[in-house]
Each structure stands twice: as C-alpha cells, then as structure tokens.
Design a protein around this ligand. Sequence first.
Ligand code: KG4
Ligand code: ZN
Length: 357
Amino acid sequence: MSKKPIILGIESSCDETAVALISENKEGRPEILSNIVSSQVDIHKEFGGVVPELAARSHIEKIDLIAKKALDESGINLNDVDAVATTAGPGLIVCLSVGLNFGKAIAASIKKPFIAVNHLEGHALSPKLNSKVKYPYLLLLISGGHTQFLSVEGLGKYKRLGTTIDDAAGEAFDKTAKLLGIEFPGGPQIEVLAKKGDPTKFDLPKPIINKGGCNLSFAGLKTAILRITKNIKNEKDKYDLAASFQKTMEEILYKKSKVAFHKFNNIHLDKDKTFVVAGGVAANKKIREILTKLCEEENFEAIFPPINLCGDNAAMIALTGLEKFKQNQFDDLDFPAKPRWQLDESAAFLKGAGIKI
Ligand code: KG4
Ligand code: ZN
C-alpha cells in the first residue's frame, strides 16, 4: 500500500499561532497527528481587541516553537512531511506574512510542495475532520471576521448566497460583551451570562430581517445595545441584556438560514441536503440547537465541527492542504499574502465576506 500523505499546516492570520500535522487513516478519512494552538488573548486583553503589530511580533516569537511542538507531538520527522500548507489570507497582512514566510522556508528547505490556503476554506472544510461531508453543501460561516452563506460545490468552488453587509456575527458578540464590561474576547461569555437572564426583557432590532434574500446586518443591533447599556443598573439587567442579545442572534440566524435553504434548494435538486455551520460562533450551543431544529424542519442534515475546532486552528489548514495535495494543486513560493481573499471571487466585495479585521 502506498504511503499516506502527511501535511504540515500553519495558521497565523490573526491572534492564534497554530501548527498541525495531518494524514489519513486506512479508510481515507483525515487523521489529526497533532494540533497545537497558541492563543494571544492575554496580550490583547488590555486593549479590548487585536493589536496587529503586537500580534505579528508574538507570531514571530512563537512560530518555530509551536512548529517544533507539533512535530514532536506527532512523532513525525520533518523530512517525512509531503507538503506544507499555510494560510495566505484573508487576515492581517503583518500576521499572515509571518506564517507564510515560515511555511515557504520550510517547504523550500525540505524540497516539498508549498500550498497556499484560504483561511475561510479551512473553516469551510473543518467539519470533515470529524464527519463525512459530501459536496455540494450549504455552509453558514460565522466567525469574528465573516458571516456568510455559501453553496460549496467542491474544493475551491464556492457560490456566495448571502453575506453580512456590515459587522460579522462574532464581532457583534464581542462588541456586545465589551459594552457589558466583559473582557475581550467576550463572545463565549455572552452565552454563559445569557443562561442567567430573561431573553424577553429587551426587544432588540433585527436589521434587514424581512428584506428578501439572505444577506445579514448586525450594526444596528450594536447601536441599540449601546443605548440600553447606558441605563443598566444592576447585574440582573446585564444578564437580561445578554440573554436578549443571544436570543436575537438565534432568531436572525434561524430566519436567514431558512431563506438560504430555499435558495440552495433552487440550485440543487438532489434529495440529500446538508447544512454545515463553521467558524468561531458555531461553538455557541444555543445557536447549534436552533439551527439543528431548523434542519429537522427543512429536511437538511446538520453538521458542525467539534467545538474545539470551530475557532482558528491549523488542523483545518492542513486538511485543506491535504485535499489540494490530492488534486496536485500546489503554489509557487512567490504566492503573496492576500489580506482580502473571498471564497467566491466573482461576488461583489463586501466587508464581511472576505476580510478579517
Ligand atoms: O473563527 P474564529 O476563531 O476567528 C475568526 O476567523 O474570526 O472566531 C472567533 C469569533 C469571536 O468573535 C468569538 O467571540 C466568537 O467567534 N465565539 C463565540 C463563541 N465562541 C467563539 N461567539 C458566540 N458564542 C460562542 N460560544
Ligand atoms: Zn477564523
């Protein structure tokens, strides 16, 4: 039997320095050999958001140590790696450049192919790390930098059905958390506080919810939260606002996903339909629940990545590298960092569709 390919994946697009090694098992399913993620949360906390210069500096300081740790943990010798896959965009250019130069240098030194990966494609394929997912499928990508519905037709083949026209869903979670005085990144904390509050207490806007199509908007929500927080008197109000926000996000995503389902059904007439939800916000359990319910109502199979692989990691980058490797899709060593890199390059550029800031 021929040797299974081993791919080294590198991710540094924002505030996580990550390296992973991936291969395949006997059945041809992806197998994670190691997956190291080093978060910079402690560095950016005091600024309330990611500071690009500090993020890049930390990537430079850590990336070789993280790579060594990933190799050690996998038990793989660097010379046995068959290709190096690295995030080339979208993201912060100073951060992308660190991982990209590191990945290219390794590929050149071991004389193995280099593969440039779109970070969003990593999220899009991430559910394949624990589930069988067949093309085509409908994808809701919800993270800190992007929120969009895509019809995933195959590797590298994406058709955007809808996108946020302003903030990303994760950004809305983080900004709400900040207004409630929760430390950055507060998104996951909102989910925790929401459990203690009354979700019917505050009636928050759902921008463009009744407008046709499945574009989304979250900026108005943030303005409403800002107004309400000025009158917050006690902890109870804080919990109620977190719960009302969480509920509103669920309702927006439920309604817009339903529209996306119908759009997807009009393009794909096959019977078996799959809905994949990926990206950092896909870790939110209540959002998982409501979207699973929608799938039951609409006859879609709901698939989510494991919670620990919803946020940024290099396993998803190595996995995308593995798929590209199997199709002989390699890149030159002069492949540039692409701070703006949309999955559907034919779609009009909108902030939330291919940029991470
Ligand atoms: O995918 P990701 O790690 O980075 C980007 O590519 O943007 O997503 C990070 C985002 C942050 O905005 C974070 O607050 C949000 O995902 N997030 C959550 C939860 N866990 C992470 N938002 C809501 N509920 C959660 N449990
Ligand atoms: Zn991401």
